[in-house]
Design a protein. Sequence first.
Lengths: 398, 477
Amino acid sequence: MTTLAIRGSRGLVLKWGGSCFYLDTILLSVSLGLMLFGFVMVSSASLHLGEKMASDSFYFPKHQFAHIVLGLAAGWAAAKVRLDTLERHSRSLFWVGIALLVLVLIPGVGKSVNGSVRWINLLGIRVQVSEVFKLVAVIYVAGYISRHLETVRTSVKGMIFPLSLLAIGAVLLLKEPDFGATAVVMATALGMLFLAGARLWVFALLLGLFASAGTLLIYTAEYRLKRVLSFLDPWADPLNSGFQLTQALIAFGRGEWQGVGLGSSVQKLFYLPEAHTDFLFSVIGEELGLWGATTVILLFAVVVWRALAIGRLAERSGRLFAAFLAYGIGIWLGLQAFINMGVNMGMLPTKGLTLPLMSYGGGSMMVVCAAIGLLFRIRSEAVASFLGNGRKIAWPSA
Amino acid sequence: MNRYDHAVAEKPPCGFAGLGLDGRSRVLVLGLGATGLSTVRFLRRHGFECAVMDSRIAPPGLQDLREAFPDVPLFLGDFSRSALAAATHLVVSPGLSLELDEIRESRRRGVRVFGDLDLFACCARAPVAAITGSNGKSTVTTLVGLMAKASGIRAAVGGNLGTPMLDLLDAELAVSPSTTLGVNSVEGADLFVLELSSFQLERSELFEADVATVLNISPDHMDRYPDLAAYGAAKRRVFRGDGLMVLNDDDPLVKGMYRPGRRAVRFGLGTGASLDYSLALREGRIWILAEGVPLLPADEVRVKGRHNLANALAAVAIADACEFDREAVAQVLRTFPGLDHRMQWVADIDGVAYINDSKATNVGACIAALSGLDGKAVLIAGGDGKGADFSALTPVAAEKLRAAVLMGRDGPVIEQALKDVVPTIRVKTMFDAVRAARGVAQGGDTVLLAPACASLDQYQDYQERGRDFAATVRSLS
C-alpha cells in the first residue's frame, strides 16, 4: 500500500508501510524526459535500419522499449538498496567488476563488435562490461574516500592507492580496447578525489600524468591515432577515416535552427553509421535543429546539477559515502554526455561512448538507470535524516 | 576540618527545568568531537530531540555518531541558518567562540546558549571538585583522582581532558577504561573531579563546584580573549556558588579572586605562615606542609620541577577538602610518574636525567620547565615556532643551561636568541639531538626536551615527538 503526498520543499513523499521515500521530482521528470526523448529519437533514427536488418521497422524501437523497461526495473531496484549495505560491499563489487573485465577478454565468452571485445551475455542480455565497471568504480572510489578522507587530503599515497587499483581496470579496458570508458573512469575518479580535497599539486601532477599517458596511448594504437588525426581535420579524407565525423557535421549543418523535422533526417538513412547509438545526437541536431540539441544539453545539465546538489545534501548530513557516490555519478554522467556530444559535434576525437539514457542499448540503459536510482536513494536517505521516520519533532532539511 | 560537610550533603541537582529543557525542546549541538558526542549521548539518554552542527565536513567523532545514533540529524560543512532558526537550545562546544555571529543572533532571539558543563550541573548528584588554570590542570586533576582512589573513594575523573564530563554521569560509560587519565570512576561516583577549561567555564551559568581551584593565570588563548583580565574572568567562574576556594598565593591574579566571606584555603611555594599549604624547612630537608603538618619531603615527590610542587600542593589542598586519607595522598605523590610528555622522566644514563616535556609547545612552558629544574640542563628545543619571540628565553637560558641543542624549522631563530649566552648546537634529527645533548651533558645535569615550539614541521603531534625522544634516549642507554 503506497500512498503519495506532496509536502512543500520535500518534494514527493512515497509511503509504504511505516517508511517514507523522499523523491526528487526534478530529477525524476528530467530523467524520464531524457528517456522518452531518446526513445523517440532512437525510433526515428532506426526505422530504416530495422527494415534493412530484420525486415521489421520497429525492431529497434521494440527492443529499446524493452531496454527502458529493464532500465526502470534496474533503477527501482537500485533505489531500494540501503546505502550502508552498498558501502559495506563496495570493495567486493569492485572486484566483481574487474572479474567481468577479465571474463570478457576470454575468447568465446566475450562478444566482438566492430573489432572490440566489449560484450558478454548475461541472462540473455548483451551487457557492455565497461558500463558495469564504470558504476562499480564510482562506488568503490566513494567507499575509499569515505574510509580514508584524511589520507586522501594529506598524503600522496591516499590518492595513488585507489587510482592504481583503478589502473588495473583501465589496463583491462584498454585490452578490449575501450579507450573512452578508460578515460571516463579515470577522469571521474580524479574528479571525485578532487572534490574530496586532495592536494592540488598532487592532483595537477596526476592530471599531467594521465594526459601524457592518454597521449602515449593514442600514438601507440594506429586506429586511435587515425581517429585523432581525422578529428583534427575530418575533411582531409571525408570518404574514409573522416567519414563518420563529416557526416555528423553535415547532419548538424542540415538541421540549422529549427531542424528538418522529426523523422526527416537524411543522414541517418545511409550516410551516418551508428546513428541510433553513439551518433544519436547528430540525428537530433539534424531533425530538431539547434533548439533540439540545446534542449538535450540543458536536460543533462539539470541531471548533473541534481547529482551535485544531492551529493552536497548528503555531505552536509554527514553521509560521506553517499555524498561522493552522488558526486561521482554526476561527474560520470556529465562527462560521458559531454564527450558523446563533443564527439558528435567534432569537438572531441571519436570514442565509443553512448549518450546516457538516450542511445540505443540495454546495458548502458540499465547501468545508467541504476546510477540514477542510487541518486534517488541518496537524496531520500539524506532528507529522511532531517525529517526522521516517525520523528516527533522534525528539523529543517539542510 | 569540617569544610567537606557542605559537599557531602546530597544536594538536589537543579534539573533540566533550570535550562528550560522539556519534551518540546530542539537542542542543536554545535561542534562534534568527543565533547559533542558525549552531549548527544547524554541528551538522547534523557529523551531530548537533538541535532549536530559542525563547520567541518568530516569532524572527529562522525563515524561513531553515525553508528550509535543514525537518526540524529547532522548539519555539516557550514552553519545552517534554518537549523539554527529551528533550535530552541544551543549546546556550544568549547572549541567554538560564543562571539560567532550565528550564536549571537540566536542569543538575541532568546535561544538558551550553554555548554556541556551546565548539562552536567543539572544532573550531577555527587560533590564536584573543579580544577582550572593555565598550566598543570591535567596533572592536578589526575593526582586528585589517584588520591581519591587510594583513599577508597569512588571518584569519576574527566572533563576538558580524558573522559568528557557528561559521560561520567553514565554509569555504563564510566566503568569503561578511560583513555588518557588512567583513573576513572566505578558505578555511581561519590565524587566528581573535573578539569575545566576557560571555554567550558565561560559558557556556564549554573555550575557550582564544592571545591574549586584556579592554579595559575598566564597568557594563553589570547586569540580568543581580548585581554588577560577577560581570560581571568572566565577562569574565576569556577568559584561560583559557595564552595571552598583553593587559591594559589604565588599568583597575584589568582590571589585577587578571593571574596570576603568565602571559605578559602591558600597554597604557595613560599614559607609564609599565613599559607595553609606550603613548603617548610625541617631537619635540613624541604617538606610539604599541610595545615602546619609535615606530609612528605618535597624531594620525594616523583614529578619534578617547582611548578609540579605547586601542583602537588594544590592537589593536597583539594584532597584535604574532600577528606582523603593523608597517608594515601603522600603515597600517590611519591609514585605518580607524571603525565606523558609533561616533564616525564625517561631515563637516568651516566648520572644524567632525561626528561620529556614535549608538551612545552610555547615559550612560557619552556621557561616554566627550565626554571623548575635543579642544576644545569641541556635543552633540546625547536620546531614550528608559530612566529613567537624567543628572546624571553635568554635570561633563564643564561642561568640554567649548559648548552642548547636546536632542531626543526625554527631552530635557527632560537639559536639567534640564545647564542650570546650559551653554546648552541644545530642538528637535523631527534637522534642527532639526543646524541649531541649526551655529548655535552655532565654528571648531575638534566637533558630536557622542552621545544618551545609546535612539532608539526617534523611530527604528527607533540606526542609523537615525545615518543621519538623517549625511544631515542632508551636506544642509547
